[in-house]
Design a protein around this ligand. Structure first.
Ligand code: FES
Length: 163
């Protein structure tokens, strides 16, 4: 069985189904819970949720792809959220993005082959005074320069995780 086709442990969903039993409007909430459990939304999980909520797999997948909060692929151990909001944009977020993409060899939404980093460009992270800013897992890194951003991910790569 290929890595991407590996079956998820669907029994982990049962408590969630129990909690929302009979609630036909809970699709988004159940998908959120599933993402908390699995870290992303594997295809077999989406299918099971669709089946249990009485909607088509296409509808569940449509919801999962519509909202940017949902991830359809596993994320790396360190999730980099790079702010592309206005303040960060004005203060050079594009050059930070270019440095990170070059350093990691991935594009926005991508994950490094070793599974260590995922990169996602996002809107304002709410700490504009530190712009340009990125968050890696729970830690915010501000006043970035391209060189500083490279050094941060190199240090994390050497240590394995940000926090
Ligand atoms: S615009 Fe980047 S933190 Fe607000």
């Amino acid at each position: 069985m290929c890595k991407d086709c590996a079956a998820s442990d669907l029994s982990k969903l049962e408590p969630v189904f129990k909690e929302f039993e009979g609630d036909g409007h809970a699709l988004v909430t159940i998908l959120q819970r599933a993402q908390e459990i699995y870290g992303y939304l594997p295809a077999d999980v989406i299918y099971r949720i669709a089946e249990r909520q009485g909607v088509s797999p296409a509808k569940a997948l449509g919801v999962a792809t519509f909202y940017s909060q949902f991830r359809l692929k596993p994320v790396g151990k360190n999730l980099i959220l790079l702010c592309k909001g206005t303040a960060c944009h004005v203060n050079g977020a594009d050059s930070i993005a270019a440095a990170l993409k070059d350093e990691l060899g991935i594009e926005d939404g991508g994950t490094t082959e070793d599974g260590l980093f995922s990169l996602k460009e996002v809107a304002c992270l709410g700490c504009c005074s530190l712009s340009p800013v990125m968050m890696i897992n729970e830690t915010a890194y501000g006043s970035l320069t391209p060189q500083k951003a490279r050094e941060i991910v190199r240090k994390i790569a050497a240590e394995g995780t940000a926090s």
